[in-house]
Design a protein around this ligand. Structure first.
Ligand code: SF4
Length: 337
C-alpha cells in the first residue's frame, strides 16, 4: 500500500467535476474576480474515470464528487455509472448544494449513487439568502426530501457554523434532522481559500456546538468512521439519529488524513489548504501510459507532508498567533472542499 511520509495511506479521492456554482456562499465564494476554468480544460468523464481507476489501483476505496456545484455538470449520472462499476471502489458519494437535486436524484440513484451530502446552513429563508447570496431554500428542501423518497441513505446535511451568522440555528437544524431522518455534520468555520475573511472570532468550536446540542438532546460519542473520517460522530441517547462534528480548527485530524483531491481541470492536490497542485491532465492529454501516471502519483504521495490544520492550531496556541491571510491557498471553489 502507498503511504506518505507520515505513513498515511491514500484512501479517499475527492473529485471536483466543475468549479461552476449557482450559489455564492460567503465562506466559499465571496469574490467576483474569480477566473472560471475554461470548458476545454475540464476533464472529460472518460478522463476522470481513467484517473479514478488508477487511484483505486493505488488504494483509494472511497470517491466523493464535488464542485463548485457538481449537479451543474451535464449528464453527471453518466460519470456516476462509470465510477460505480470500478472494481475495488467501496463508497461513492456526492456533495451538493441541493438546488437542482430534486430533478436529478432518480437518475443519480439509478446510475449507482447510494448516499449524498447536502450543504444547508440554516432553515431561515432570509438568512439562507444572506449566506448563499443566490438560490432558494425551498428548492434545497425539495431536493432533500426527493433524495429520501428515492431511497438514498444516509442523507447528511453539512452545516458550516459561523459565529453571529447561524450559531443560533443549531437546535433548529437538529430538530429538523431528527424529525426528518437526516444526519447532520457540523463543520467548524475554516480559512479555506484566500478571501473568506476568516478570523478565530468567527469560529464556533466543536465543544460549543456539542454543549449546545447536548444540553437539549443528550449525546453519546460513537467515534470516527473507519477511524480516519474527518467527522467525529455522536448518537442521540434517545436513539433518534446522529450528528457529527468536523473540527478542523480546534481538533485537527491531519495525522489520519488519507484524502487527495482532483480539480475539475485535472490537478492533483494533497491538502485542502494547499498552495500548489500537480497537473495530471497534461499527462493524460500527452498520451502517458497508465504505469507512468501511477508512478508519478505514487511519487507525489510518498513525498506528501501536509499537516496544515495541525500547524494552524500550533500557531494559534503559541502566542505568535495565526493570520489566515499570511498563507496563500487554492480557492475552495476550485478544490471542491
Ligand atoms: S489540513 Fe490538509 S492534511 Fe490536515 S486534515 Fe485537512 S486536508 Fe488533511
Amino acid at each position: 500500500m502507498l503511504h506518505d511520509i507520515y505513513t498515511r495511506p491514500l484512501k479517499d479521492l475527492r473529485i471536483s467535476v466543475t468549479d461552476r456554482c449557482n450559489f455564492r456562499c460567503t465562506y466559499c465564494m465571496p469574490f467576483d474576480d474569480y477566473e472560471w476554468i475554461a470548458k476545454k480544460e475540464l476533464l472529460t468523464f472518460e478522463e476522470i474515470a481513467r484517473l479514478a481507476g488508477l487511484f483505486v489501483r493505488l488504494g483509494v476505496d472511497k470517491i466523493r464528487l464535488t464542485g463548485g456545484e457538481p449537479l451543474l455538470r451535464r449528464d453527471l449520472e453518466k460519470l456516476i455509472g462509470k465510477l460505480s462499476s470500478l472494481n475495488g471502489l467501496e463508497d461513492l458519494c456526492l456533495t451538493t448544494n441541493g438546488s437542482v437535486l430534486a430533478g436529478k436524484v432518480a437518475a443519480l440513484k439509478s446510475a449507482g449513487l447510494r448516499r449524498i451530502n447536502v450543504s444547508l446552513d440554516t432553515l431561515n429563508s432570509e438568512k439562507f439568502a444572506r449566506i448563499r447570496r443566490r438560490g432558494d431554500l425551498a428548492k434545497v428542501l425539495e431536493g432533500l426530501f426527493a433524495a429520501k423518497r428515492c431511497g438514498l441513505h444516509p442523507i447528511k446535511i453539512n452545516v458550516v457554523v459561523e459565529r453571529g451568522v447561524n450559531d443560533d440555528d443549531i437546535i433548529d437544524l437538529v430538530e429538523f434532522s431528527r424529525k426528518s431522518g437526516f444526519a447532520l455534520r457540523f463543520i467548524e468555520y475554516m480559512d479555506v481559500g484566500n478571501s473568506n475573511n476568516w478570523t478565530s472570532e468567527k469560529l464556533v468550536s466543536k465543544k460549543e456546538i456539542l454543549d449546545t446540542i447536548d444540553a437539549r438532546y443528550p449525546l453519546r460519542e460513537v467515534g470516527r468512521d473507519k477511524g480516519s473520517a474527518p467527522s467525529m460522530d455522536y448518537e442521540f441517547i434517545d436513539g433518534q439519529g446522529e450528528i457529527g462534528v468536523i473540527a478542523s480548527v480546534t481538533e485537527p485530524f491531519c495525522s489520519t488524513c488519507t484524502r487527495a483531491r482532483l480539480t475539475a481541470d485535472g490537478k492533483l492536490v494533497t491538502c485542502l489548504f494547499s498552495a500548489t497542485a500537480y497537473d495530471l491532465k497534461v499527462l493524460l492529454r500527452n498520451g502517458a501510459a497508465d504505469e507512468e501516471i501511477v508512478e508519478i502519483v505514487s511519487a507525489i504521495w510518498r513525498k506528501r507532508a501536509d499537516r496544515y490544520s495541525d500547524k494552524r492550531l500550533e500557531a494559534m496556541n503559541s502566542g505568535r498567533g495565526y493570520r489566515a491571510k499570511d498563507y496563500k491557498k487554492i480557492e475552495m471553489i476550485t478544490l471542491g472542499g
